[in-house]
Ligand binder design. Structure first.
Ligand SMILES: *[C@@H]1O[C@H](CO)[C@@H](O)[C@H](O)[C@H]1NC(C)=O
Ligand SMILES: *[C@@H]1O[C@H](CO)[C@@H](O)[C@H](O)[C@H]1NC(C)=O
Ligand SMILES: *[C@@H]1O[C@H](CO)[C@@H](O)[C@H](O)[C@H]1NC(C)=O
Ligand SMILES: *[C@@H]1O[C@H](CO)[C@@H](O)[C@H](O)[C@H]1NC(C)=O
Length: 461
């Protein structure tokens, strides 16, 4: 867990700083923003491969680099999925060497938890407990404990299989996408859908590309080290770190205390955890009844620590004082859009379609997309969100005209620092200014909190 969070965190940081650097080097136009990250559509060296006649299963099972993955797929009885001649999917394959440092299995290893778990809750258990199939395989070694009745053993085995099945589904995408096509959007659908979460819609995968050097990373922490292996039923990309189904928005912020310690403690302080978290409670071992707690779908504009540090000192003292809780809560509620997941390239609304207005394109480059949203927050007040995708051609030679697609998510007039973080229950866009509830419709307003004493207390009453 610790190893993973460190990795997660440092790649997040690296992504942020590297994308900034590469953008300014690459961008032939004066950047109007330090927004990140950007997606790159470019040809990668060695992308042309002779296609395998084998299926994904054939390729994986014959290649000694994937002996652990092969065993996991066999254990879960998932061979037929990867061997399905009619499929056409993408699979992120983890080789054995990428699993060696992945030693924690504490969360999935308590097999007695499984005795009363319902089968439909297994995938939710996997995401609440940050299990990977390599952990589950380790746990499976304990199946044959002494004195265990056969039917109990069989049941535990079945749950372990379902866990692996769910985790493998997150490492697949339902379409066959080359690294080239992964440069167009920021998020893509995985094959994992969990009843009760996101209205049953599939969980998403975050893809990030850089040009110098060409690289593609998945969910910020896993890099593609060998791309575009064509098989007869899909494309395999080899990754250098196992891709875990993501935890909730709240738990994700917890993985980055360096960035979000103020936000997470504020959220806990004003009792908004359940609006952002999602967890499976299995009350006690004798009750055959697991229930979700928290929110199953939302969008969160997550203020990074700097956003709080920018506030006037007196205001910060006030917000975190015993009398400031009410105001702090209302401000945070203004950052939460309940029941709707708004990514730059995907929207889900629990109750209806999300109303968006296409707005006129302008500026350099070829505008692929420009849309405006007025998102209803937990307060009776909307947040204005503009999504812009612009493709720029690069002055470089190449068989495909190399170009980059830059995605911007602009929140109440300011660029999100990091857009489209994927979590189990939410789209998270990181903001470096606290959103000012007075300025929702005025995208150009420069929200300054200097005059807070004149309005904030009255507003919160
Ligand atoms: C698989 O899908 C890709 C595009 O996603 C397409 O180009 C390819 O022809 C498809 N292959 C088969 C065998 O259907
Ligand atoms: C990319 O995003 C657009 C929406 O901006 C969507 O229509 C398209 O299906 C997405 N492509 C993939 C492969 O998910
Ligand atoms: C979701 O749909 C409801 C009902 O139509 C609407 O009131 C709400 O504004 C929508 N949410 C978003 C984020 O568009
Ligand atoms: C929400 O805001 C609208 C317009 O700003 C107002 O008409 C309405 O009364 C408000 N509703 C509540 C419950 O405060």
């Amino acid at each position: 867990m610790l190893f993973l969070s460190l990795l997660f965190f440092s790649s997040f940081l690296a992504t942020a700083s590297f994308a900034l650097g590469s953008w300014s080097r690459v961008n032939p136009f004066a950047p109007d923003t330090n927004q990140l990250p950007l997606s790159v559509v470019t040809e990668f060296p060695g992308a042309e491969e002779t296609p395998h006649d084998d299926t994904i299963w054939g390729f994986i099972s014959k290649d000694p680099r994937f002996s652990k993955l092969t065993k996991a797929i066999q254990f879960a009885d998932d061979v037929h999925h990867f061997d399905d001649k009619n499929a056409n999917v993408t699979f992120f394959a983890t080789p054995d060497w990428a699993l060696t440092h992945h030693g924690h299995h504490g969360h999935c290893s308590d097999l007695s938890t499984f005795d009363h778990m319902k089968e439909e809750d297994v995938a939710a258990f996997a995401i609440s407990h940050r299990c990977h199939w390599v952990d589950v395989m380790t746990a499976a070694q304990d199946l044959h404990g002494p004195g265990l009745l056969d039917d109990k053993k069989e049941r535990r085995k079945k749950i372990l299989k379902l866990l692996i099945h769910a985790i493998l589904a997150y490492e697949c995408m339902p379409e066959a996408l080359s690294v080239y096509s992964l440069g167009i959007n920021a998020t893509y659908s995985s094959k994992l859908a969990i009843p009760g979460i996101r209205g049953g819609e599939r969980l998403r995968i975050r893809v990030e590309q850089n040009i110098f050097p060409p690289s593609t990373s998945i969910n910020f922490y896993s890099k593609i080290v060998e791309s575009d292996i064509q098989t007869s039923n899909g494309i395999v990309h080899i990754v250098n770190h196992p891709i875990l189904p993501p935890v909730s928005a709240f738990q994700t912020l917890f993985l980055f205390p360096q960035y979000f310690s103020i936000a997470t403690s504020a959220i806990q302080r004003v009792d908004l955890t359940d609006e952002l978290d999602l967890h499976l409670h299995c009350k006690d071992k004798n009750v055959d009844d697991c229930k979700f707690g928290g929110a199953s779908s939302l969008t969160f504009f997550a203020p990074i620590n700097i956003a709080f540090e920018r506030l006037p000192y007196k205001l910060r003292l006030f917000l975190f004082s015993p009398v400031g809780g009410r105001v702090l809560k209302k401000i945070l509620q203004y950052h939460i859009v309940p029941d709707a997941i708004v990514h730059s390239d995907y929207q889900y609304n629990k109750s209806a379609h999300i109303a968006a207005k296409s707005v006129e394109a302008l500026g350099h480059g070829n505008t692929i997309l420009k849309r405006d949203f007025h998102l209803p927050t937990l307060l009776n007040k909307t947040v204005h969100t503009r999504i812009k995708k612009i493709e720029y051609n690069l002055p470089m030679p190449g068989p495909h005209k190399p170009s980059i697609v830059k995605t911007d998510v602009i929140v109440n007039g300011r660029h999100a620092l990091v857009h489209d973080v994927v979590t189990s229950n939410a789209a998270v866009h990181v903001v470096d200014h606290l959103l000012d509830p007075r300025h929702s419709e005025d995208a150009n307003a420069d929200a300054s909190w200097e005059d807070w004493e004149d309005w904030l207390i009255d507003w919160a009453n």
